[in-house]
Design a protein around this ligand. Structure first.
Ligand code: SF4
Ligand code: SF4
Length: 359
C-alpha cells in the first residue's frame, strides 16, 4: 500500500455496512433462511437452513423519540437482544431473541416500560409513516406527526390484530410533495391557490433555481419596480408548493383554504399487479387539529369497505381495480366529482412515471 493511500480518510458518506450491525444469529444465517411463520400478531419466527431460529417482536413507535426513550430501548436491547435493535421503514421497532422463552418477558418490557403496542405484522395496518413536518421541513401545511398520533389512537386495534384481507400501509404527508410516498391509504395536505410572491424579499432567493424547480414551468422572471422578481402563470400552477421549498418568499400556505385529501391504492411492492400510484379518493377535509376527526372517519370508512369487500391477499388498490371505482365510491360514500378525473394538460414527459423509477 502506498503512503498516499494510507493517508486517505475513512469513508464517511453513503450507507454504512449493515453486516456489522446485524444480530449475531442473523449474521450467521444471512441469506440462508428457510421459512418464516407468524406466531401471533407482532411476533414472527424465522427458521434457517442450519436449524437456528430467531423470534422477531415488532412494536409500533411514535417515530419522534426522546433521548430518554432511546436509552430505555437500548437498555431492553442490551438485556434481551445482545445489544441489537432495528427499525423498519415504517418506524416499527423490531427486537430479536433466539430463545422463545424470552418472547413474553420481552413483550412485557416493551408494553410496560416503553408503552408501545405489539403488532404490525401480517394482515394488519402498518405503523403509520409520516413526514418530517415542522421538525425539519420549511413547507408543512399541517402537523403530520400530530395527525398520525390522532389517527393511530383511533386505529391502533387494527395494528394489534390481523383480520384485514391483506396488509394496509398508511402514510401522512404535510404537503403534496408527499415525502410519505406511496401507500394503500395516504393522507396529504393540499393547497388551493398559487403562491403569493413577496416582491420585496424574493431577491434573496436564487431566482433561476426557483424558476427551474417548478414542475409545471409556471414561474417566469419579471421586473417589479425596477427590481428582479418572479411571476406565476396561474393557469399552469398546480399548487404543489415546490417553489416555496426553494424560496420562502413564494408563500403557498393558507390556513383558511388548505385542506386534507385522502389517496388510495398506492404500493411499491412488485407483488402481483406491480407497483402502483395512489389515486384521489376524498378531498377538502378540514385541517382540524388536534384530533382530525373528519380524516379519521374517512380512513375508517375505507378500511371498513375494504374489510367487507376485498378477497384475501388483495391490497386496497387491487380490490378497487377488481370491483371498479364506481363501487368504491358507493361503498365508502365519498362523493365523485370532476376533480377526481386527471385532466391536467401541462404535464411534461419528465414527470415520474412509476413509483420505482424517478426519471
Ligand atoms: S411532505 Fe412536504 S411539508 Fe412535509 S416534510 Fe415532506 S416536503 Fe416537507
Ligand atoms: S406551486 Fe408548484 S406549480 Fe405552482 S408555481 Fe410553485 S412550483 Fe410551480
Amino acid at each position: 500500500m502506498t503512503a498516499a493511500k494510507k493517508q486517505l480518510a475513512p469513508r464517511d458518506n453513503g450507507a454504512p455496512d449493515h453486516m456489522k450491525m446485524l444480530h449475531p444469529a442473523m449474521e450467521k444465517n444471512y441469506g440462508k433462511w428457510k421459512r418464516h411463520d407468524k406466531i401471533r400478531p407482532g411476533v414472527l419466527k424465522y427458521t434457517a437452513e442450519s436449524g437456528d431460529a430467531i423470534f422477531v417482536v415488532r412494536a409500533g413507535s411514535p417515530r419522534t423519540l426522546s433521548v430518554n426513550k432511546i436509552r430505555q430501548i437500548c437498555d431492553i436491547a442490551d438485556r434481551f437482544c445482545e445489544g441489537h435493535v432495528r427499525f423498519t421503514t415504517r418506524n416499527n421497532l423490531e427486537l430479536v431473541v433466539t430463545d422463545e422463552k424470552d418472547v413474553d418477558p420481552l413483550i412485557n418490557e416493551i408494553t410496560s416500560v416503553l408503552g408501545f403496542p405489539i403488532g404490525g405484522t401480517g394482515h394488519s395496518i402498518s405503523n403509520m409513516l409520516h413526514t418530517q413536518g415542522w421538525m425539519h421541513c420549511n413547507l408543512p401545511g399541517t402537523d403530520a406527526a400530530g395527525a398520525v398520533k390522532a389517527l393511530m389512537d383511533v386505529l391502533h386495534e387494527e395494528f394489534t390484530r390481523e383480520d384485514l384481507p391483506h396488509r394496509v400501509k398508511l402514510s401522512t404527508s404535510c404537503c403534496q410533495i408527499n415525502c410519505g410516498g406511496q401507500a394503500d391509504i395516504a393522507i396529504n395536505l393540499q393547497h388551493h391557490h398559487p403562491p403569493k410572491i413577496d416582491h420585496g424579499t424574493v431577491q434573496q432567493c436564487e431566482l433561476p433555481k426557483v424558476v427551474g424547480i417548478c414542475p409545471a414551468a409556471a414561474i417566469r422572471p419579471m421586473n417589479v419596480d425596477g427590481k428582479s422578481s418572479l411571476e406565476v402563470v396561474e393557469e399552469k400552477c398546480m399548487y404543489c408548493g415546490a417553489c416555496h421549498g426553494q424560496c420562502p418568499s413564494m408563500e403557498i400556505r393558507d390556513p383558511d383554504t388548505d385542506s386534507l385529501a385522502i389517496w388510495v391504492g398506492g404500493k411499491s411492492a412488485s407483488t402481483r399487479g406491480g407497483p402502483s400510484f395512489m389515486k384521489l379518493a376524498a378531498f377538502g377535509l378540514p385541517n382540524n387539529p388536534p384530533r382530525w376527526p373528519e380524516v379519521a372517519d374517512a380512513v375508517r370508512r375505507i378500511l371498513d369497505a375494504y374489510r367487507n369487500g376485498a378477497r384475501e391477499y388483495e391490497r386496497i388498490g387491487e380490490w378497487i381495480e377488481r370491483v371498479g371505482w364506481k363501487n368504491f365510491f358507493e361503498e365508502t360514500g365519498f362523493e365523485f366529482t370532476k376533480y377526481h378525473i386527471d385532466s391536467y394538460r401541462f404535464a411534461r414527459t419528465t414527470f415520474n412515471t412509476s413509483s420505482h423509477v424517478r426519471l
